[in-house]
Structures are given as structure tokens and as C-alpha cells.
Design a protein around this ligand. Structure first.
Ligand code: RNT
Ligand code: ZN
Length: 416
């Protein structure tokens, strides 16, 4: 049966429970997901040869990682050609693309010019991140909450410069640039004075954000963390600290799905956050036992998050960024898998008769609520996703893998 015919059958099935598949597709098309550049080169960047540090790590040795910005862009283009829709690219400050190699407290928009030109040509948005890890000045385990004034000043300046760059991206591309702040600061062992670093972090952050910036150009978020390797006992920017700071300063909270206890549901945190802030950022990742940043799968948690977003009508208030790095598989495939999974989960949620379910809940008919939710799980959403792929000229189902294998043979494996 053709994709179109399958779609029409699915459309009828969904229509029988009051769901408009055309509308769901329309909404899905408008959702931009920020694709993390750092999946393409194992979070190395193009500034130094420092190994990755700061409580995060990449494992695997699949050949063909991008070695420079041109290769990284080519790889991302390949991935985008296999993902329906127009999206965004998430850069870290270490992805400088210029002759000059500036210090992190010296970076400026000029060092990212080719990225802006490329994004503008491809109609992509650009997001940005300070890189407060993998650097000699973060090797003590502290950055903006360090007791050492020189260390604090260096990272404050770095973050201020990142804001300027984000603002520049927003101006040049006509799309809000999301700048996300995350600090690895913490103690391996139990601190006597947990308040000290947090007070310093507040002071540093207030200085970073001193200058008001146009929220249409730059939307800023703070990402908390449970722990990292080397900060097992204490993280200055814990979830509670970060959420409280962000809300009190009218910044966004970034919830990273890898930064919580394994049994904690992120889906349930979103509606609470949305009561206290206008917008938020989601870092979609997959923790396996810890914040291991595995490739995002089509998991129950991902679906639960998507359901929460649709049911609460939060889609217009949430920015999406993928955040994982896996070097054990083809890096382009890793992007495609995660991006398509995010879309599929959102589509499943968009194909739900939300109002009907809300009514059942209000009436107290929990039997029908559960029965319908369970039946919906085996509705033919994949026929709708296939149709969406076809409309967007990208391969259906597993067919995209052929393209990646070919690219791997012809491009990635030929790299030095
Ligand atoms: C680390 C955070 C952070 C990073 C990226 C590379 O725990 O999740 O978002 O993964 O900045
Ligand atoms: Zn993250």
C-alpha cells in the first residue's frame, strides 16, 4: 500500500476518536529541535587538545569523527537531509571557526562567522553554550563559584562573551538564540560549607547577567545537575539552586533528562516549572545508570515528556535541545536516531484526543482514561510519521540508514 493510502487509513482511524492527523502534522512541522554539534566530534571542539573533563565523558572509537568545522557542518547537513523539518544547531564556544584561536575569555562573534553564514544559507537557527569544562582553569573542579578570584573572573568574562555571541546569532539569523549555562563546579567529597560556593555562584551569575538583553534575540537558561565524575558529593549548581536562581532572575530553567535520579520522572517536573516561568529549555538525553548521555531512544520517558508538553499546551513555551554524545556508533546516525525519535514521541502526543481525556478525568472516569490511553499506544502513528517524512522528502523508516552507510564509506572513513 502506498504511504498516502496508509496515511488515509490512519487518518480515518484517528478521526473516529476525534483526532485530526493533518493538524498534528502541521504542529509537528513547526517544532524546531536544536541538534547538538558536539555529538559530531565527541565534545572536542576546535580550540585545544585538552581531553574532555568536568564530570562528563565520551566513550567509543567509531572511526570518522569530524576534525574541523567544515567536516562537522558536512556531517550535520547529512543528518539534516534525513530528518524531516527545519531545525537549529547548538554550538559550544569551543567550536570556534577562525584562523585565530582566541582564549575563552576573548571570544567574539567574528570567531564564529562561517557558522552564521552557513546557518543563514540553510535557514537554521543557532544556539550557544559557554564551555566551562575541559580547560586548565576548571581543573580545580570550580569555575564561577571558585574561591579563587582570578578563576571566577576568567569564567565570568567567558560567559559574558557568550551572551554577546548569542545575541549576535539572534540578530543575524532572525531567530532567538538559546544560550544555556552549565557549570561543573563541585566537590568529590562532603563539603563543610556548602553555602560558600553557592553564594559566590550567585554573585558571579548576577554579574554575568548584569546587562539586560532583548529576549527576542537571546533566551537564557540555567542547567542544574545531580552529580558528575569528580563532583559526586556536592554540585554548586544543583537542581534546586539552579531552579531557584533562574526563576528569581526570570531566566529559563533547563531540565536535562540525564541529571536526575534514575527513577525520577522529568515529565512531572515540567508542569510545575511552567507555573513559575514563562519558558523553559529541555535537554533531551538518555541516562543509563548515570548521566551517561546515551543516544535518545523512543522510550516511555520520552513519550511521557511529550505528552506532558502537549497536554499542558506548553509546546510554544519550550525550547528543545538534544544532549548526548556517543562515539561507539556512527555519529551522523546518532543524530538522526535521536532527532527522529524526538519527533515521533511528539507526534504520538499530538495524536491524542487530549480534551476528551481531560473530560474523562474531570468526570472521574479513570477506567476510561486508562483504557483509552492504553489503546492509543497501538494506534497507527507510524503511518502518519511516514507520510510526514515523505512530505518532507526524507527517507522512510530504516531507509535512511543506507544513506548513512554510504556517507560513512565515501566520506567519514576516508578521513585521516
Ligand atoms: C552536562 C550538561 C551539558 C553538556 C553539554 C556538552 O552535564 O548536560 O549540557 O552535556 O554542555
Ligand atoms: Zn545538558
Amino acid at each position: 500500500m502506498s504511504t498516502y493510502n496508509r496515511y488515509n487509513t490512519a487518518k480515518e482511524i484517528y478521526a473516529s476518536i476525534g483526532v485530526d492527523t493533518d493538524l498534528a502534522i502541521q504542529k509537528l512541522k513547526d517544532i524546531k529541535i536544536s541538534m547538538q554539534c558536539w555529538q559530531g566530534d565527541d565534545v572536542r571542539g576546535f580550540l585545544t587538545d585538552q581531553p574532555i573533563s568536568g564530570g562528563i565523558s565520551v566513550t567509543g572509537n567509531h572511526p570518522g569523527a569530524a576534525k574541523n568545522a567544515a567536516e562537522l557542518r558536512a556531517d550535520m547537513e547529512k543528518a539534516f537531509s534525513l530528518i524531516p523539518g527545519r531545525h537549529k544547531v547548538n554550538l559550544h564556544s569551543i567550536y570556534v571557526d577562525s584562523e585565530k584561536k582566541p582564549q575563552l575569555d576573548n571570544i567574539a562573534p567574528e570567531h564564529y562567522m562561517p557558522w552564521v553564514e552557513w546557518a543563514s544559507e540553510k535557514s537554521l537557527g543557532l544556539d550557544f553554550n559557554p564551555t566551562c569544562f575541559s580547560h586548565p582553569l576548571s581543573s580545580s573542579g570550580f569555575t564561577i563559584s571558585s574561591a579563587d578570584k582570578n578563576i571566577r573572573e576568567f569564567w565570568i568574562e567567558h560567559c559574558k562573551r557568550c551572551r554577546e555571541i548569542g545575541k549576535h546569532f539572534g540578530e543575524k539569523l532572525g531567530q532567538t538564540s538559546v544560550v544555556n549555562y552549565w557549570f561543573p563546579d563541585g566537590y568529590k567529597d562532603i563539603p563543610i560549607n556548602p553555602e560558600g560556593p553557592r553564594r559566590r555562584m550567585i554573585e558571579s551569575l548576577d554579574r554575568i547577567f548584569e546587562e539586560e538583553m532583548d529576549k527576542n534575540l537571546i533566551a537564557e537558561s540555567l542547567e542544574g545537575k545531580l552529580f558528575g565524575i569528580g563532583s559526586e558529593s556536592y554540585v554548586t549548581g544543583s537542581n534546586d539552586f539552579t531552579a531557584a536562581y533562574a526563576i528569581s532572575r526570570k531566566k529559563m530553567v533547563c531540565l536535562d533528562t540525564g541529571h536526575f535520579h534514575p527513577t525520577e520522572s522529568i515529565a512531572d517536573k515540567i508542569p510545575t516549572m511552567m507555573l513559575f516561568s514563562d519558558k523553559m529549555l529541555l535537554h533531551v538525553s538518555r541516562p543509563v545508570r548515570w548521566d551517561s548521555d546515551h543516544v535518545v531512544t523512543f522510550s516511555d520517558e520520552l513519550k511521557a515528556i511529550s505528552h506532558t508538553l502537549v497536554r499542558g499546551d506548553y509546546l510554544g513555551r519550550v525550547y528543545f535541545g538534544l544532549d548526548y554524545f556517543d562515539a561507539s556508533i556512527n555519529r551522523v546516525a546518532a543524530w538522526v536516531i535521536g532527532m527522529r525519535n524526538m519527533q515521533k514521541a511528539l507526534l504520538v502526543a499530538l495524536l491524542e484526543p487530549t480534551n476528551q481525556l481531560k473530560e474523562l478525568e474531570t468526570e472521574g472516569d479513570y477506567t476510561a482514561r486508562l483504557a483509552l490511553c492504553e489503546e492509543l499506544k497501538s494506534f497507527p502513528f507510524s503511518d502518519v510519521y511516514d507520510f510526514f517524512c515523505e512530505q518532507n522528502d526524507v527517507p522512510l523508516r530504516e531507509k535512511w540508514l543506507n544513506d548513512v552507510k554510504k556517507y560513512e564509506r565515501e566520506v567519514q572513513f576516508k578521513r585521516a
